[in-house]
Design a protein around this ligand. Structure first.
Ligand SMILES: Cc1cc2nc3c(=O)[nH]c(=O)nc-3n(C[C@H](O)[C@H](O)[C@H](O)COP(=O)(O)OP(=O)(O)OC[C@H]3O[C@@H](n4cnc5c(N)ncnc54)[C@H](O)[C@@H]3O)c2cc1C
Length: 549
């Protein structure tokens, strides 16, 4: 786990997107009802505040023996970096130069055998193991509740190779610590794609994506990561677990599927065999304006249920559409939209206070033309005004930028967090209203009179359901953690009460695990606990979601 990520997203050298954008700052001040933004630069890690490593000489020696003589790293920066992901509480700690529960050591296995030996050493000498991939969990996936036994992070950055590739089967087998972006680049050289493009693309790993059951931005076309999953190899406290060799099988339940979303509870994924597709011949992303979010959602449902074959469809609600448009202008130093844009919108009779839908197709040129024609016709019938490819291209250019912006806002006294869920179409409007209202209420009560900014987009859609993704921006209170807890609780309770899932693609971690109990029900949880007991009788595997057991 790179210590450079202690302060910020990917690298501290990334430029601040707000640095030369005074109009954008002004817009935020006005929208949040503040008099000014407060500079709150991050503090360097205060090593004196970290508790000492509790690893015994015997445990350290056992770890070194497992790792071909390499002892675990025990310096403060490594121990803090491995324990902090990208959740809001993690961000607060990182920015304050603190880490309340660092791991006791960081071990870097570079093969399945070494990771298995590390887990065996944990069983034998009494420490726990937490697997760390890209440390991009936004739900406290690395926030392990402290207990008497020391905690060792297994940093999988040394397991970053492609194991095998078959053009004939269209499969790739790769080690679990490979970054999704590296895997994609290497597949691209072979004319193939995995099709997994989370916003954390540059940093998330293949194993972490499977463990958290993630979904990329083109999952409407390629499926979520576990839809591409064929076979897994795991190192567990009971030894190697190799899942079924053929995914397309009726030989009983597919037990490999139990690992999807297991977040390290059932062992460490060391290798995964994935289905890959030819790189698209043709990509098309375009924008439409709808009179309302509700109207756009109807159009999205029709598109998902008609099976047009789009690979991406996202709709910003009216608040997000207006906010992003104004913010983009303000960053470009403009007080209002350029006149050419205004004239075009007037000529097209674009609705006032609209909702922006961006849809894309990715695949063969032959089928793509038909798909795009079908999308265009369908959106027109639902009242959509076509804007052409510019909004789609602009989205493509900026789709990995939001994490950098979050850093900028956090450095100006603001809090930013996202809350995602999924529900059947029949209940989606109700979930949208309930969660949005809960967030606004909690922010209003905890943010010194600021209304905050609460916006939402629909980000993934299926024939039966869709994912709603809320973003909240608010001034940070004195006790920022208590403030966030109140806001997070309000959103989660609203989701559970509305019968929507506590997470569509971020996973459980420490932040969501308490709510999953109600969603999963007693029988399913008993099964999961029995499974974990069988595979890990001494509860050696540790993860943020451990409280589920
Ligand atoms: C800015 C930003 C944008 C994001 N956008 C998306 C998005 O678009 N889509 C999406 O799905 N997610 C997104 N995420 C969330 C996050 O990137 C995903 O959950 C990702 O799958 C985590 O992968 P990782 O390698 O970083 O795992 P980590 O954060 O290191 O670990 C996550 C959990 O999985 C466990 N784990 C990790 N590797 C393994 C392994 N090999 N075996 C067993 N357990 C393991 C860990 O112990 C932990 O509990 C985003 C996060 C950020 C910060």
């Amino acid at each position: 786990v790179s210590a450079t990520r202690l302060w910020g997203w990917l690298s501290p050298d990334n430029p601040d997107p707000l640095a030369a954008a005074p109009l954008a700052e002004r817009m935020l001040v006005e929208a949040l009802g503040l008099s000014r933004l407060l500079p709150t630069p991050p503090e360097p890690l205060d090593e004196r505040t970290l508790p000492a490593s509790r690893l015994t000489p015997n445990q350290s020696a056992a770890i070194a023996a497992a790792l071909a003589g390499r002892p675990p790293a025990r310096d403060a920066a490594s121990r803090a970096a491995a324990a902090l992901g990208q959740s809001y509480p993690d961000q607060l700690q990182r920015r304050a130069g603190r880490c309340a529960s660092p791991v006791d050591g960081v071990a870097c296995p570079n093969s399945h055998a070494q990771l298995q030996a590390l887990i065996d050493a944990a069983v034998a000498t009494g420490f726990r193991v937490m697997v760390v991939g890209g440390a991009t969990s936004v739900v406290g996936g690395l926030s392990v509740a402290a207990e008497r036994r020391p905690l060792v992070a297994a940093d999988l950055s040394g397991l970053g190779e492609i194991v095998s590739f078959s053009g004939e089967d269209r499969t790739v087998a790769a080690q679990a610590g490979i970054r999704v972006a590296d895997l994609e680049r290497r597949l691209s050289d072979k004319g193939m794609t995995l099709g997994h493009f989370p916003q954390s693309f540059e940093a998330a790993t293949l194993g972490g994506s499977i463990a958290a059951n993630g979904a990329g931005q083109r999952s409407d076309g390629y499926g979520r990561i576990t839809d591409r999953l064929l076979r897994l190899r795991l190192a567990t406290p009971s030894g190697e677990w190799l899942t079924e060799p053929v995914r397309h099988s009726a030989a009983g339940p597919w037990l490999g599927g139990l690992v999807a979303g297991s977040e390290g509870l059932l062992g460490a994924i060391t290798e995964a065999t994935m289905a890959v597709s030819p790189k698209p011949e043709w990509t098309f992303d375009a924008g439409w304006l709808f009179p309302s979010f509700a109207a756009a959602m109807q159009a999205a449902r029709a598109a998902a249920q008609t099976g047009i074959g789009h690979s991406m469809l996202r709709i910003s609600d009216e608040v997000e559409t207006a906010f992003l448009s104004r913010f983009r202008q303000a960053r470009a130093g403009l007080r209002r939209p350029p006149w050419a844009e205004r004239i075009v919108l007037a000529l097209k009779r674009a609705p006032a206070n609209p909702s922006l839908l961006i849809a894309g197709y990715e695949g063969s040129a032959r089928f793509g033309a038909d798909a795009v024609r079908a999308l265009r016709g369908l959106f027109r019938r639902h009242g959509g005004v076509a804007l052409g490819e510019r909004p789609g291209q602009s989205w493509r250019r900026s789709r990995y930028e939001a994490p950098h912006l979050r850093e900028s806002l956090m450095a100006r006294g603001l809090g930013v967090d996202t809350f995602e869920t999924a529900a059947p179409w029949s209940r989606l409007a109700g979930v949208y209203t309930a969660v949005g209202a809960a967030l606004s209420r909690a922010i209003g009560e905890s943010s010194g009179g600021s209304p905050g900014i609460v916006m939402c987009h629909l980000s993934h859609s299926y024939p039966d359901a869709a994912c709603l993704y809320f973003t909240a921006v608010f001034p940070r209170a004195g006790d920022a953690l208590a403030q966030w807890r109140a806001i997070k609780r309000a959103a989660c309770e609203a989701m559970v009460a509305a019968g929507s899932t506590i997470s569509h693609h971020h996973g459980l971690g420490a932040d969501h695990a308490p709510y999953a109990q109600r969603e999963k029900g007693d029988a399913s949880l008993r099964l999961l606990r029995a499974l974990a007991r069988e595979i890990d009788p001494k509860r050696v595997m540790a993860t943020g979601a451990s409280s589920l057991l």
